[in-house]
Design a protein around this ligand. Structure first.
Ligand code: F3S
Length: 478
């Protein structure tokens, strides 16, 4: 008889499981050290990155995969295990048929299986797709091979933008990326482009041309972008598994469940807080909420306003510590809200404590990394004022979308960054590039999402500070 394991607390598949052994390695997880290899795994759902969907290929390849997964709640990232040949079940649901006979058999079968597992209300055509899992550093050889294989057979039918790759695709040598990594990364890029993906390589596609409108059904990977389009734009996406986004781009369909349904979009918890004083506090607030209520729909009361950078911060942080796909801020976000009885009070000292817990050193960093999510044009402009007339004391890296490059060049920002001593990298980010292989050990950032993954995936020491504190600590007047 096959052994069973009931996972008591949500797992982040990307960084919570050792792909070589199938052991749980997630920090502070109550079952850390136990193995899921060869077992029937009962789990409520997953948290964190949508790229976790690729982990199932790696577990399979290493003979460390579960025999079966039994889910309690629909979760696209976990259901993607089916694409790696790991059966997924939710008890008590019936078969749902897509009925598009022209669709490639394997795609139709996967979508029907996902619909059955989730108890979907039929299917919807999707207006756009955003593909996550583009970096060789996160999807590895099993992911690279899967993409190469499917790229021989399928073409995308829907506009599909792409998440950051593992390196600046032009200046990767200047970044210090090893040749072998670069070659494998380019294979992944080639497979995606061959299928018809748009080479955007950014996690803020909503600011670079892929802008869903209110009520539109889309299929997006990249958990921060999912939370942003649901909450800020009012479009409808689940937190889709990275491999599922490929299936959706090729088929043009997604099953209707989860955050596609209005009843699942209402607030489930009121989060009461004093107005944050800087962007780091928005990151911390949402991260704290995700830690305590991972799959909730928070209603943030007490926030008088939220700028674009702050909305990006909330979107990224709640989806990194939890699996928050949607939040509301009265007077700021467009979705319908209702009153809710459950509440969470978050004080300034809760946020101070969380920052301290997430920081493993104070001062003496090797590298500053900003741009998780990628910096918007507004944030880049704010950097102008902050960095002008100063000189960095350590390496200082800024990550943004390549489509902003012409504006950075023409607006004089490039000179400001150069004089300060900051490098701007495109197509990639601090988490999905192999920083640990570049001789870096101690990193400073302003993003709780980056802090989490730099620790767990890249095994680096992290210092978490607001952007103004970073500039003060690591630069001097020039
Ligand atoms: Fe984007 Fe990389 Fe952060 S993909 S959200 S900058 S981890």
């Amino acid at each position: 008889m096959t052994d069973e394991i009931a996972i008591k607390s949500p797992i982040s598949w990307l960084d919570g499981i050792d792909i070589r052994t199938g052991r749980i390695v997630q920090e502070n997880h109550p079952q850390r050290g136990q193995s899921i290899a060869g077992k029937i795994v009962r789990i409520r759902g997953s948290t964190g990155s949508t790229v976790g969907a690729y982990v199932f290929f790696a577990l399979k390849r290493n003979n460390a995969a579960p025999a079966k997964i039994i889910l309690e709640e629909p979760d696209s990232v976990t259901i993607s295990a089916e694409l790696a040949g790991i059966p997924v079940e939710i008890r008590g649901v019936s078969e749902v048929k897509l009925g598009d006979e022209e669709l490639k058999e394997e795609l139709r079968r996967y979508l029907e299986r996902e619909a059955s597992i989730t108890g979907a209300h039929g299917f919807s055509k999707v207006k756009s797709v955003h593909i996550s899992g583009v970096s060789y550093a996160t999807i590895g050889d099993s992911g690279r091979e899967w993409l190469s294989e499917v790229s021989r057979e399928i073409k995308f039918k829907v506009a599909a933008t792409t998440n950051p790759a593992g390196m600046d695709l032009v200046d990767w040598k200047m970044m210090g990326i090893p040749e072998d990594f670069a070659r494998k990364q380019m294979e992944i890029v080639d497979s995606l482009v061959k299928m018809g993906a748009l080479p955007t390589f950014t996690c803020i596609p909503y600011l670079t041309g892929n802008l869903p409108t209110y009520g539109e059904v889309v299929c997006w990977g990249e958990s921060s972008a999912v939370a942003f389009v649901n909450s800020v734009l009012g479009a409808k996406s689940n937190r889709e598994g990275a491999t599922k986004t490929v299936v959706a781009a090729a088929s043009g369909y997604t099953p209707i469940y989860g955050k596609h349904l209005d009843e699942n979009r209402l607030p489930s918890i009121k989060v009461d807080t004093d107005p944050p004083e800087n962007t780091l506090q928005y990151y911390l607030l949402a991260y704290y909420t995700g830690l305590h209520y991972p799959d909730s729909v928070p209603l943030y009361v007490g926030l008088k306003s939220a700028s674009l950078p702050e909305l990006k911060a909330i979107s990224a942080a709640g989806a990194a510590s939890g699996s928050i796909e949607l939040f509301h801020i009265p007077g700021v976000t467009p979705n319908r809200i209702s009153d809710v009885s459950r509440s969470l009070r978050v004080t300034k000292s809760d946020l101070v404590r969380l920052r301290e817990e997430m920081s493993s050193f104070e001062g003496g960093s090797d590298l500053v990394v900003l741009g998780c999510p990628h910096l918007s044009l507004q944030e880049l402009e704010e950097m102008r004022e902050l960095l002008m007339g100063r000189r960095s004391l350590i390496r200082f890296w800024i990550f943004t979308a390549r489509s902003f490059m012409p504006l950075i060049e023409r607006s004089g920002l490039r000179e400001i960054f150069e004089r300060f001593g900051a490098d701007v990298w495109y197509d990639t980010c601090m988490v999905v590039s192999p920083l640990e292989e570049l001789g870096i050990r101690r990193v400073t950032t302003n993003s709780t999402k980056a802090a989490k993954y730099l620790k767990s995936l890249r095994r680096l020491e992290v210092e978490l500070l607001d952007i103004r504190e970073i500039v003060e600590r690591y630069s001097v007047p020039s």
